[in-house]
Write a protein that binds this ligand. Structure first.
Ligand SMILES: Nc1ncnc2c1ncn2[C@@H]1O[C@H](COP(=O)(O)OP(=O)(O)OP(=O)(O)O)[C@@H](O)[C@H]1O
Ligand SMILES: [Mg+2]
Length: 484
């Protein structure tokens, strides 16, 4: 049971907002208060589909039985990677049969086997359910393997993580017990998610992966670094801290990956990133990935990646699978409007963005009072609560999540088919990343923006900057546009 009482911060009531403490706790068990499990098969009336990740996630947590006869018969560690029929022995998750757009299907037709990857890495890739590389993976994997610096731009949810994790895992020499790759990300939750992806893809390799972020015990990280670490994933401040203390040795780190690179180059992070680079050898390779590269990244690029290989798969900016609407409302009508949306939409899971911590907590309270299940998350919560909310929401313990821009970038929850901007964002990058939390890997999704009189110019400007159309919400929305 939870020692912090019936509703810890993030679980629908608005009593949270703790800032003190420094726990290092990553909850594994679903919370006992969970109201609703949307992905428990199709009994729920609102349930439209069962995402592929449902089964694969549950198996990773070890909490469900195997998905197929093959999986029941073969233990993962029992696979003989040298045998001719290694592929037949893999635990492949069930195919995701949902509709996918050209954002991920317009490939050159490469196969993962074309890249001469280690057999054990291929096994992890296929067991993650990846059949063939997505467009950004086709472009970046072979180039990254050559050692070239890369600046890569591709749409949200199109597989950038594996586009850098696969070459990183391939290049690591597992017999050399030094840190060889660092992956920098801007938020703790994204660090946890990315390290999990590395662990899954590298499941059959003997690569030691460590994740380190603020909000956890520094002492534990220092102890961990006395053991071998090949790949380090984390947020810049904590890694810099460890490097300065001389416990995180980066002199042999030949690859630095900056995910959400433009965010890492905002004033909040850039000084730490640049100081960190000084700990790396001069011949290091830098890979920068994001869906957005505003002009502000140019100076950094010129200084640190003078001749990068540039990949830009964004001739248009917004995802093909996401339909965007706005509803013109007064501030005081917003909750009522949200209530109407909840009653009308087929929400598998939703993420609802507010522009401040305070508004997140207030809205979560209102939503709970309206009788809908909801979690909330923001950066002023204790890290253990953040981890618990993230973990439980990902596992489908609740249908709706209210959050700040903490969850705007990189967070990948396949079951999210609706994003609601309860508060409209201030800039186009934030808008694009928020909306990209639905429609993952080319799937369909819906974005609804509540627009007040004050937001009207912003709406117009963002539409112009993104070259996209945000239509007025119709009285009825056809389910086929976001639930197939
Ligand atoms: N080759 C593939 N085949 C099938 N699914 C894939 C493949 N590559 C990635 N995916 C899945 O696509 C989803 C989105 O991937 P990922 O999080 O890497 O996107 P992203 O491009 O980093 O998005 P964002 O810009 O929002 O960070 C993940 O659930 C991932 O497992
Ligand atoms: Mg990403």
């Amino acid at each position: 049971m939870n020692p912090r009482g019936r509703y810890p911060p993030g679980y629908g009531n608005a009593g949270g907002g703790n800032t003190g403490g420094n726990p290092n706790y990553y909850a594994r068990n679903p919370h006992p208060q969970q109201q609703y499990v949307p992905r428990n098969y199709a009994q729920s009336q609102q349930q439209q589909y069962v995402p592929r990740n449902y089964v694969s996630n549950r198996n990773q947590m070890g909490s469900d039985s195997g998905p197929s006869e093959v999986a029941k018969a073969v233990q993962p560690d029992g696979i003989d990677s040298s045998s001719q029929d290694w592929k037949a022995q893999l635990r492949i998750p069930p195919q995701d049969t949902r509709y996918k757009t050209e954002d991920v299907t317009a490939t050159k037709g490469n196969e993962f086997e074309d890249y001469f990857l280690k057999r054990e890495l291929l096994m992890g890739i296929y067991e993650k359910g990846f059949e063939r590389p997505s467009p950004i993976q086709e472009e970046s994997i072979p180039i990254a393997l050559t050692g070239s610096d890369i600046l890569a731009r591709a749409k949200n949810g199109t597989g950038k993580t594996a586009a850098f994790c696969i070459p990183a895992l391939e290049k690591i020499d597992q017999d050399n017990n030094v840190i060889q790759v660092v992956i920098l990300v801007p938020t703790r939750e994204l660090a946890l998610q990315t390290s999990q992806v590395c662990k899954e893809l590298g499941k059959h390799l003997k690569i030691q992966i460590m994740v380190t972020t603020g909000g956890t015990s520094l002492k534990d990280d220092i102890m961990r670094l006395y053991q071998p670490v090949h790949l380090l994933v984390g947020t810049p401040g904590r890694i810099l801290d460890l490097a300065r203390k001389g416990v995180c040795i980066l002199k042999d780190c030949s690859m630095l990956i900056m995910d959400e690179a433009d965010k890492l180059l905002t004033p909040e992070f850039q000084p730490s990133v640049e100081q960190l680079i000084r700990f790396l050898p001069s011949n290091r390779q830098i890979l920068m990935f994001s869906a957005t590269f505003p002009v502000t990244v140019k100076d950094f690029k010129d200084n640190y990646l003078p001749k990068p290989y540039i990949i830009n798969l964004m001739d248009e900016l917004t995802l093909k699978g996401i339909t965007q609407f706005y509803a013109f409302v007064e501030e005081r009508q917003k909750v009522h409007c949200l209530n109407t949306l909840f009653s009308k939409l087929q929400i598998n899971q939703s993420i609802i963005f507010c522009n401040s911590v305070n508004r997140v907590e207030l809205l979560a309270k209102k939503i709970t009072e309206l009788g809908y299940s909801c979690f909330y998350i923001h950066a002023k919560m204790l890290q253990d609560h953040r981890n618990r909310v993230f973990h439980d929401f990902r596992n489908g313990a609740c249908r709706n999540l209210v959050c700040t821009d903490l969850f705007t970038r990189g967070i990948d929850i396949q079951a999210v088919n609706v994003v609601i901007n309860f508060d409209f964002p201030r800039n186009a990058e934030t808008y694009l990343h928020r909306v990209g939390r639905s429609g993952r890997f080319g799937h369909l999704g819906l974005a609804v923006n509540l627009i007040t009189y004050e937001d009207r110019f912003n709406l117009y400007r963002i539409e112009q900057e993104l070259g996209t159309e945000i239509k007025q919400i119709p009285p009825q929305i056809d389910q086929a546009i976001y639930c197939r």
